[in-house]
Design a protein around this ligand. Structure first.
Ligand code: NAD
Ligand code: MG
Length: 392
């Protein structure tokens, strides 16, 4: 019998983390949880560790480690507890690890994902921010090390499933990313400045972490995904289209030059793309509900209204301007979304801040991951300072 794939799951306590553990637990003969990490929710990390028996757990600091130990039931031996961002990198490249699932949210996930790419691991990438901030460097590292990069973002996973391998770019007319349109798809635009974080996080079709839920409401998420698709599939931007598809049944499509459009359909359940990537090139069962084609009433598609979704337009602008601008787009967005979730700014201030930040001059070259982090850091501090003026 083949050896189980040993998995390092970074961001285990999140929405993607939980879906990954669901799939892994269904196939213990195929997958073994070697390491899991969490940034907060130590109690949840303890419960997950009890259930999945990882050899390694990663927590942010000494305080979290003490809490983990104090919550650990006495009858079982403690796992190896590692600390901080360095431990995320160290464990991602651990020789015991076959597969790294990158499910940390935001640029906090970049260093470990990049390290896994350099180390030639099999990478299941949920953390789209890593490609947005460092696409060129990341893809070069994948190429040089021979790492295997498998997308688990549902749209990219769908495209991956619709592409013949190896992919032949000349046969593709365009890639079509679907977007649900988020909770404000039909809301009167004039009241978007008064919507609340709770309303923004109430996604009509998917259950996700808070940051990506707000990104879906602004459609900056789709903008990040356009950039992600550009890097993953080496496609020019003018061949990547977005359509609003309210039902979220078609997860994305590839339009070929002969007029054929290949699509992947299924429930809005992340366990489907995750199980595909985990078992690739095989397919395994998962806990997603059965899809009843006979109950499918309609599939609607329409072009996105950029007046409703200015963030989508900003993402195309940033990608056209280059890597520096996508770092600015992403960093400014993370600061703005955190402030919005904290009730400090309005929903409509999110694109406002991003646009202001993109207009500034940013001189640094981004030819290394350290340089990416330095620019990201500068963008965040300038964005926070600018936001303070919005609030005042
Ligand atoms: P989440 O907020 O539910 O979970 C985030 C995880 O990251 C948690 O385990 C948290 O402890 C960890 N984390 C947060 N900040 C950290 C830090 N500074 N250092 C180390 N760890 C940290 O997020 P999510 O919805 O699971 O999304 C995770 C990633 O997957 C994001 O990049 C998101 O864009 C992407 N993604 C999510 C979905 C989805 O359905 N949730 C779909 C596609 C892509
Ligand atoms: Mg997605």
């Amino acid at each position: 019998m083949a050896k189980a794939q040993r998995i390092c799951l970074l961001g285990a306590t999140g929405s993607i983390g939980q879906s990954t553990l669901d799939v892994v637990a269904t196939h213990p003969e195929a997958f073994e949880v070697y390491a899991i990490s969490a940034f907060n929710q130590v109690d949840k990390l303890v419960a997950l560790s009890q259930q999945h028996q990882p050899k390694v757990v990663i927590v942010p600091n000494q305080e979290a480690k003490q809490k983990f130990i104090s919550l650990w039931p006495g009858d079982k031996g403690l796992p190896d507890i590692r600390l901080g961002a360095e431990a995320l990198v160290e464990t991602a490249i651990d020789s015991e690890v076959d597969t790294v699932v990158c499910a940390i949210v935001g640029t906090a996930g970049l260093a470990s994902a990049y390290a896994a790419a350099q180390a030639g691991k099999r990478i299941l990438l949920a953390n789209k921010e890593a490609l947005v901030a460092s696409g060129q460097l990341f893809m070069e590292a994948v190429k040089q090390s021979g790492a295997e990069l498998l997308p688990i973002d549902s749209e990219h996973n769908a495209i991956f499933q619709c592409l013949a391998q190896p992919m032949q770019a000349s046969q593709i007319k365009e890639i079509i990313l679907t977007a649900s349109g988020g909770p404000f798809r039909d809301t009167d635009i004039s009241i978007l400045d008064s919507v609340t974080p709770a309303q923004a996080c109430k996604h009509p079709n998917w259950s996700m972490g808070r940051k990506i839920s707000v990104d879906s409401a602004t459609m900056l998420n789709k903008g990040l995904e356009v950039i992600e698709a550009k890097w993953l599939f080496d496609m020019p931007l003018d061949k990547i289209k977005v359509v609003v598809h309210p039902e979220s049944i078609v997860h994305s499509m590839v339009h070929y030059r002969d007029g054929s459009i290949l699509a992947q359909l299924g429930h809005s359940d992340m366990r489907i793309p995750i199980s595909y990537a985990l078992a690739y090139p095989n397919r395994v069962t998962n806990q997603a509900p059965e899809f009843e084609l006979s109950q499918l009433c309609q599939l609607n598609f329409r072009l996105p209204d950029l007046a409703r979704y200015p963030c989508l337009d900003l993402a195309y602008q940033a990608m056209n301007a280059g890597q520096q601008s996508t770092i600015v787009l992403n960093g400014a967005n993370e600061v703005a979304v955190a402030a919005f979730l904290d009730n400090q700014i309005k929903f409509t201030d999110i694109p406002r801040l991003i646009a202001l930040m993109l207009e500034q001059n940013w001189s640094q070259a981004v030819d290394s991951i350290d340089a990416v982090h330095a620019l990201d850091h500068e963008v965040r501090s300038k964005s926070a300072a600018r936001l303070a003026q919005f609030i005042a």
